[in-house]
Design a protein around this ligand. Sequence first.
Ligand code: GLA
Length: 429
Amino acid sequence: MKHGYLLSVCTFAIIHLGSASENGLARTPQMGWNTWAKFGCGISEETVLSMAKAIVETGLDKFGYQYVVIDDCWHAPSRNQSTGAPLADPTLFPNGIKKLAGDIHGLGLQLGLYSSAGSMTCARRFGSLGYEEIDAETYVSWDIDYLKYDNCYNEGQSGTPLISYNRYKKMFKALNATGRPILYSMCNWGEDQPWNWASTIANSWRISGDLTDNFGRYDDRCPCTSMLDCKLPGFYCSVARIIDFAAPLGSKAGTGGWNDLDILEVITHFSMWSILKSPLLLGNDLTSMSQDTWDIITNDAIIALNQDPVNSAANRVFNRSIEGGGSLSLWVGNLVNGTTVVAIINTSSKHQRLHLSFDEIFIDWLPARTFSYRVFDLWQKTIKAGETLDFSQWTNSTIWGVDLGIRTASLSGIDVGVHATRLFKFVPW
Ligand code: GLA
């Protein structure tokens, strides 16, 4: 590990040092589960509680999945007519949200709730615009730990960063005034470039329209090709499109404030959400999860990339078009102790084989090109029958990560299947 110290110094010099919301939360991207992808409006106390129990029963909590977030449609038909306070639907939540929060806390988890910085939520339930104080106070009286705050029916209060900032800041101030630390997860779909202004008020901000369960298909309902000046974020955005959106925004993420790439629906994109430092919010039915799904979302060598204390999102080094559609891209990110994550994504429908020189991988830092590295393949398991290998000090996992040996100057013969992602960890040697 002779180059370890030097690498650490340089890594420190290029990490993001922006100011974050000072509520002390989301020091690393938040992890949890959200009702929307699987249940939409079909939620109830029972569905939420059964998912929370499943988090504990399947051991997901031990990997860091902590927040259970109730998305849209928890609302009663209207607010309390005399006080204006929000009310939960008494049929769906017969014991009230406070009781549910108590049960969730009893399981060692935290509860999140959803509202919109508009007159209505996206599913046309009552929104919080103009009701910020009473809503924040009520959420706190219900012992809520997290607020996802949407953008529907915003009464035209968007169009410039300042207009959006002021609207979202009202809820930030109202939450702060309660004195309870509440993770504030903004969801204005990248409108008015939240990555430029949200880090002082929110713990995360969605950067795009809603993700759909598709890897790379273009859909006119997600019309922008870049989010940098997008006028219609839309929805039905594919995994590959959101990765494109996130590519230039990595440096805007940092401790306490994260680019949110939306709920994880297609678990094959777990790697990219991890290295781009998105909150990791599961959206699948946890009570009927396959072993494969469990294996993916509990790959602790990958989770460690997301939660790495250097808090530096990976950058895209190249993005080469493939004939017939799609691309092959290389992503590199700094990790703690001078280690590096290297990801290769193939969004095309053709198998790819490539040779990567260290000149390409360490494009941002010349000295690193001359070092040797022990390379680990993080989507392969180390333990084969009868073996007792321990790679934990290099991969943060005793199971995940196969040692490919020591490499100098290049990594060759890398196969990347159709719509596949390969992830490697480089440890200076
Ligand atoms: C918007 C949000 C989604 C979800 C729905 C709920 O579309 O972007 O994540 O919260 O509203 O109605």
